[in-house]
Design a protein around this ligand. Structure first.
Ligand SMILES: [Zn+2]
Length: 294
């Protein structure tokens, strides 16, 4: 009897509350007739001016109308549909932080479609099932191709950071360069194990790197680089240096994410200045009158 009374009471109360909301805010439920339906953005593609591309293939949540979900059969043992939570947001926060640091923005390529339908970090044969998904896959990689070309023409060298998330080492970041392969150009330019130099600047900025800078070369065992860094890396003609970064879950919490972006850019800044000729455009615009020390 008690539960029946409760339901009856709720039944009276809830419609009244709803009616009140609806009469107060009619615009919320119906858009004005003049507003055209916004085209759904499956890939965020933004040009930049820094010789840096930020790629984030695994943070998407959108369904892809008409597309079949990916199939475990074709995906093989590496089949994954798990979202890298807040990796898109992290890529965007890093872009904003780079702008704060240099007065310029990186190029951005972010997939908004769920990994259920396509995985931009797999070879085409394993990445999707249907033509609808292929279009989006080609758009993603086509944007990176175009941006690589623009960067190489303008700067001569460049760096792609492929932003991911993992939950195995929640407070750490896995570096993936296929043991230096995807940063072949940088290895040649520096004459050193550039992957270790990269881990070093990240550690100095407060990030725990796997493998650490003190590891002997060729110690990338897990999360050592997927299709994006392999396809676009500087071991290929027309490629640029590519590094996969797998940020731990704790570094991507809502509370921690802004600091993670700051720490990452704090590490990346000296690396970009030393190896990619990046300088602060705001100082240059001021005629170099700013104090040299930063
Ligand atoms: Zn991922």
């Amino acid at each position: 009897m008690v539960s029946t009374l409760f339901v009856l009471a709720m039944g009276v109360f809830v419609p009244a509350a709803k009616a009140q909301t609806a009469s107060n805010q009619p615009a919320v439920t119906k858009k004005p007739a003049t507003t055209k339906p916004k085209k759904v953005e499956f890939v965020t593609i933004q040009k930049g001016t820094l010789p840096v591309i930020l790629s984030a293939p695994h943070g998407g949540e959108l369904d892809l109308p008409g597309s079949l979900p990916r199939d475990r059969k074709s995906g093989g043992s590496r089949f994954q549909t798990v979202r890298d939570v807040r990796s898109s947001e992290l890529a965007e926060a890093i872009a904003n932080q780079l702008e704060a640091e240099f007065g310029q923005r990186p190029y951005l390529v972010i997939l908004r479609v769920s990994r259920k339908y396509l995985d931009a970090n797999r070879e085409a044969d394993y990445a999707y099932e249907s033509p609808e998904a292929q279009v989006v896959y080609d758009e993603y990689h086509g944007a990176i191709e175009q941006f690589k070309k623009a960067i190489l023409e303008k700067h001569g060298s460049g760096l792609l950071i492929d932003v991911h998330g993992q939950s195995k080492e929640k407070g750490a970041v896995y570096r993936g360069t296929r043991n230096g392969l995807t940063i072949s150009a940088l290895n040649r330019r520096t004459g050193k194990d550039a992957a270790s130099l990269y881990s070093k600047v990240m550690e100095e900025a407060g990030l725990r790197m796997i493998p650490p800078s003190t590891a002997t070369p060729n110690q990338e065992v897990e999360y050592n680089g997927g299709e994006i860094v392999v396809a676009h890396g500087s071991q290929n003609p027309g490629g640029i240096d590519c590094i996969q970064m797998e940020f731990g879950a704790d570094l991507r919490s809502v509370a921690a994410l802004p600091q993670t972006a700051k720490d990452f850019v704090k590490g990346l800044s000296p690396f970009l200045k030393e190896h990619y000729g990046v300088s602060d455009q705001r100082q240059a615009a001021a005629g170099g009158t700013s104090p040299a020390g930063r």
